[in-house]
Design a protein around this ligand. Structure first.
Ligand SMILES: O=P(O)(O)O[C@H]1O[C@H](CO)[C@@H](O)[C@H]1O
Ligand SMILES: [Mn+2]
Ligand SMILES: [Mn+2]
Length: 393
C-alpha cells in the first residue's frame, strides 16, 4: 500500500445507521435499526456494490450477501458524544467530542426570543413548536401567505427553522432574517446549533420545499482535523452540506449539491481533479427526504440508487487514494416520531491495493476517522480518536 494516501474521499451517508447503539435507551431509541428495517421493508435491499465492499459483513442486511472476500476493511462505530444530531456527528468525525448536549426546545422557543425575532424582522412568528417541516407548511402555509408571518419551528435537534414561501418572503430577505437570528442565538442562554432557512413554493394543499434551504451553523467549539489540514496547506473540498456543518472552518473549497445524485457527480468531479488532501461529501437526501419523512420505500430506493453510482467511484480512484464510507447517526423510517435515532454507523475503508480486507475492531468513537485522516497527512492528531491507518494495508 502506498502510504500516506495522497487523497482521502470521505462519504457521509446522512442518517444511514446500522442498528441500535449500546446507549440507545437513553435516547428513547431502543430497537432502532435504519438499514435493517429498510431492508425488511424492501424485502431485501438491492445493493450489490456496497455489498462487495463488505456492508453486510458488518452486520447482515436482508438482500445483501455478505462478501466472501470483502473489498474494503469494515466495522461499525459508536458515537461518543451525547447527541445524535448532524453537527455533533460530523464534528465528532473530525475529532471533537461533545460532552454537553446542545440545548433543544421541545416546548418551542422562549417568549423573549420570539419577541426579539418579531421586533428585529418586523414580521410575526407563528408555529413555534417541534414539527415536521412538510407538515407544518401544510398546517400554517396559508396563514403565512395571508399574513406574511414567519413559520418558526424546531425538532428534537438543536435547530431553529424558518419556513417561508418564496413569493411572500423573497429568498434574500429570508436569508437576512436567518442571519439576524443566527447573531441573536450564538451564545448562552440560547446557543442554538443551527438556524435553517426553509423556503417553499406552491399553493395551499400543494406546497413544495425548494433546494434553496440554507443552514447557518455555529462554529465548531474547537479545532478539527479540517483546520489542521488547511493550515498544513492541504486541500479540503467540502461537498453538499459539509461547509455549512462546520461553518466553513477548515474548508478550502465548497460546492453545494442539489441532491444525492448531484453529490455523487461532484464527488466524481473531485476525483478527476488534481488535489492533495480531503474531499468530503454529505448525502443528505437519505435523512431529509426519507428518514424524517418516515418513508422506508423512498429511503430504500435512494440507497439502491446510491449503490448504482458506486462502481464509477471505485473505478476512478487512483492507487494512492483512500475511500471511507460512513454515516453521522441513524434515522430509522420505521421508528416512532420523525427524528434521528441513536445507532451504530457503518465504516468501510477501501483502496485499490488491499490484499486481504478484514474486520477492524469496533470503533468507540466516530473521531477514529478524523484521527486516521490526521495520521495519514501527518498533521496534529485530534484530542479524541484512534487512528486505524496501520490496519488499512
Ligand atoms: O422536518 P424537516 O423540516 O425536514 O427538519 C429536519 O431537518 C432538520 C435539520 O436537518 C432536522 O432537525 C429535522 O427537523
Ligand atoms: Mn445528519
Ligand atoms: Mn436530520
Amino acid at each position: 500500500m502506498e502510504q500516506p494516501f495522497n487523497r482521502v474521499f470521505l462519504i457521509v451517508m446522512d442518517s444511514v445507521g446500522i442498528g441500535e447503539a449500546p446507549d440507545a435507551k437513553e435516547f428513547n431509541d431502543e430497537g432502532a435499526d435504519t438499514l435493517g428495517h429498510i431492508a425488511e421493508h424492501m424485502n431485501g435491499l438491492t445493493m450489490p456494490n456496497i455489498g462487495k465492499l463488505g456492508l453486510s459483513n458488518i452486520r447482515e442486511i436482508k438482500g445483501i450477501d455478505p462478501a466472501s472476500k470483502p473489498m474494503a476493511h469494515y466495522t461499525k462505530m459508536e458515537e461518543a458524544s451525547v447527541g445524535k444530531d448532524t453537527m455533533t456527528g460530523h464534528w465528532e468525525i473530525m475529532g471533537l467530542r461533545m460532552d454537553q448536549p446542545f440545548r433543544t426546545f421541545p416546548e418551542g422557543f422562549p417568549d423573549d426570543l420570539v419577541q426579539k425575532i418579531e421586533e428585529k424582522t418586523g414580521r410575526k412568528v407563528i408555529g413555534n413548536k417541534p414539527a415536521s417541516g412538510t407538515k407544518i407548511i401544510e398546517e400554517l402555509g396559508k396563514e403565512h401567505m395571508d399574513t406574511g408571518a414567519l413559520i418558526v419551528y424546531t425538532s428534537a435537534d438543536p435547530v431553529l427553522q424558518i419556513a417561508a414561501h418564496e413569493e411572500i418572503v423573497p429568498l434574500e430577505e429570508l436569508y437576512e432574517i436567518c442571519e439576524t437570528v443566527r447573531e441573536m442565538t450564538k451564545e448562552d442562554p440560547y446557543m442554538i446549533g443551527r438556524i435553517i432557512a426553509r423556503p417553499f413554493v406552491g399553493e395551499p394543499g400543494n406546497f413544495e420545499r425548494t433546494s434553496n434551504r440554507h443552514d447557518y451553523a455555529l462554529k465548531p467549539f474547537g479545532r478539527t482535523v479540517m483546520n489542521e489540514l488547511q493550515d498544513a496547506n492541504y486541500d479540503v473540498i467540502a461537498l453538499g452540506k459539509i461547509s455549512d456543518i462546520y461553518d466553513g472552518e477548515g474548508v478550502t473549497e465548497a460546492l453545494r449539491t442539489d441532491d444525492n445524485n448531484d453529490g455523487m457527480d461532484k464527488l466524481l468531479q473531485s476525483i478527476e481533479q488534481s488535489f492533495n488532501g480531503l474531499s468530503f461529501l454529505n448525502l443528505v437526501d437519505f435523512d431529509a427526504k426519507f428518514g424524517h419523512r418516515r418513508d422506508p420505500q423512498g429511503y430504500g430506493e435512494a440507497l439502491e440508487e446510491f449503490d448504482r453510482r458506486l462502481p464509477e467511484v471505485l473505478e476512478k480512484l487512483n492507487e494512492d487514494d483512500l475511500l471511507i464510507i460512513t454515516a453521522d447517526h441513524g434515522n430509522d423510517p420505521i421508528h416512532h416520531g420523525t427524528d434521528h435515532t441513536r445507532e451504530y454507523v457503518p465504516l468501510l475503508a477501501y483502496h485499490k491495493e488491499i490484499k486481504e480486507a478484514k474486520q477492524l475492531p469496533l470503533r468507540e468513537t466516530f473521531a477514529d476517522v478524523g484521527a486516521t485522516i490526521a495520521d495519514n497527512f501527518n498533521v496534529k492528531a485530534p484530542e479524541y480518536g484512534k487512528s486505524f491507518l496501520n490496519d488499512l494495508k
